[in-house]
Ligand binder design. Structure first.
Ligand code: SF4
Length: 477
């Protein structure tokens, strides 16, 4: 089982730490369907040098858009030797005809139903050329083969996914393309998710779900079950789900300490272009304040290059993030991935400028822009990163929090993430990355507020606890 490195691995922007965070969970999930007698070698090129001189019965390669060419070369290499080769993943689902030229069998969509079906066919020597996922359920998936993961190579070995997909339909997102032909959002059984959490050692968890608060009943039960487990965790959710409450309070009680939030843009027109309904007419600052009042740090995601964006968008976005105490920002240049609604509409308008998938890495402009030239967009993108992560702005942004502990957490988290590259590289080279986990856990420890703070029209009394709320906690109703 191989995860080839993304093309960024060879670019000047390559940050080894960024690609040493999470183990290849998708492949380890599929490995669970193999027999316990099968000898499995799970290789992740982001953290190790691939060994391709073997001759296995089966090679399984996960394909993203910016590792596609590399994945195809590896597949061709094995097929030349007569090894049966499978390709699956986001890019294969978007462009099955392209992938088919390099594989004996391809998979489109998630593999929980199709991979076991393939294995049966393979054993009776009658595999099909293509398996399309239609039945979608992860209620009874077998435990992930975490024994195949080289834990010491990753900063966050305890990554976990308890749902698939997302209830929303943003035009630039892969989600709809990947889940076409079946359910686009579904969860594990709560008991199964809790059992998976129990199996993970240590304290820290990183939920890689697209939207951890997407199914209210499921998430409520999950957080209820996690209370008392003494975990700290990170995850992702949408602006509307944060404002809706009280789920976010329950998440904080269960141990949520940092959240990835897709703000993407401040322009209503851009939100419309992106079909980002969950952000429309929502008060971003209220969402930010609510998270901060719960001691939750924020990783804000922002997209540059939507049609309304002008030359000021970079400055506006960085200043907003610094002023509002966003801990880390992830900036992207708009990228129309094949298979998405955005790609289709740009293609119809003749705006796609290249089909070189290596450039579809959210750092390059691959489409015809409107108000900004491609070089303005690329320069602005790079400027935004540099500016947001200047020490000056890290200090300024940290200082915006009420409590000293939150200020320090912000400072260490943002500074540690962006300013100590040689230290990270040393830890990666010496195989000691996992030893940093206790540091991360302590940075993610609970913030206890000693003052009363006002969020919008709500008063939050938070002496020692995060939960005691009075007044209407549904500001959008
Ligand atoms: S909310 Fe996020 S995961 Fe869901 S469709 Fe939009 S971009 Fe994709």
């Amino acid at each position: 089982m191989i995860l080839p490195a993304l093309t960024e691995a060879e670019s000047p922007f390559w940050r080894p730490i960024k690609y040493s965070l999470f183990p290849p969970l998708g492949l380890a999930t599929l490995a669970a369907y193999l027999s316990s007698d099968d000898e499995i070698d799970l290789q992740d090129q982001h953290v190790e040098i691939l060994r391709l001189d073997d001759n296995p019965d089966l090679v399984i390669i996960q394909v993203y858009i910016t590792n596609a060419y590399r994945a195809y070369r590896i597949a061709d290499h094995y097929r030349k030797q007569g090894v049966y080769t499978l390709l699956g993943g986001l890019h294969v689902t978007s462009l099955p005809d392209e992938a088919m030229q390099h594989a004996d069998t391809i998979f489109t969509g998630p593999g929980e139903d199709t991979f076991p079906a393939f294995l049966k066919d393979f054993k009776r020597k009658a595999p099909q050329k293509i398996y399309k996922s239609a039945m979608r359920s992860i209620e009874t998936i077998p435990p992930i083969r975490r024994d195949l993961i080289k834990r010491n190579m990753y900063l966050v070995p305890n990554s976990i996914v308890v749902s698939r997909g997302c209830p929303h339909h943003c035009t630039f997102c892969y989600k709809d393309a990947f889940f076409e032909g079946g359910k686009t959002f579904y969860t594990q059984a709560v008991d199964g998710a809790l059992a998976e959490i129990e199996r993970l050692p240590g304290k820290h968890l990183y939920f890689l779900d697209d939207h951890l608060l997407g199914n209210i009943r499921f998430s409520e039960a999950l957080f209820e079950g996690m209370k008392g487990m003494n975990r700290v965790f990170q995850g992702a959710a949408t602006v509307d789900s944060i404002l809706r409450g009280p789920l976010i309070e329950k998440a904080a009680e269960a141990g949520l300490r940092s959240l990835f939030v897709g703000f993407e843009t401040f322009s209503p027109q851009n939100l419309k272009q992106s079909n980002k309904k969950q952000n429309m007419e929502k008060d971003y600052i209220k969402a930010v304040n609510r998270l901060h009042s719960l001691g939750i740090m924020i990783n804000g995601s922002f997209v540059f290059g939507l049609d309304e964006d002008d030359k000021d968008v970079f400055k506006r976005t960085v200043e907003w993030g610094v002023k509002n105490g966003i801990t880390t920002s992830t900036y992207h240049i708009l990228t129309p991935y094949p298979g998405t609604a955005l790609f289709k509409s740009m293609q119809m308008q003749g705006r796609i400028k290249t089909l070189n998938w290596d450039l579809y890495d959210t750092r390059n402009v691959v489409y015809q822009t409107f108000n900004l030239s491609p070089s303005e967009l690329e320069e602005g993108y790079r400027w935004a990163y540099k500016e947001f992560y200047s020490w000056n702005n890290i200090f300024k942004s940290s200082a915006s929090h009420d409590s000293m502990k939150h200020r320090l957490k912000h400072l260490f988290y943002a500074g540690g993430w962006k300013k100590f590259e040689p230290v990270w590289n040393f830890l990666i080279k010496t195989g000691n990355l996992n030893n940093m986990l206790p540091v991360l856990e302590s940075i993610l420890s609970k913030v206890r507020y000693e003052t009363n703070s006002i969020i919008g029209h709500q008063k939050i009394s938070s002496i020692g606890k995060l939960k005691v709320l009075s007044g209407n906690i549904h500001p959008n109703r």
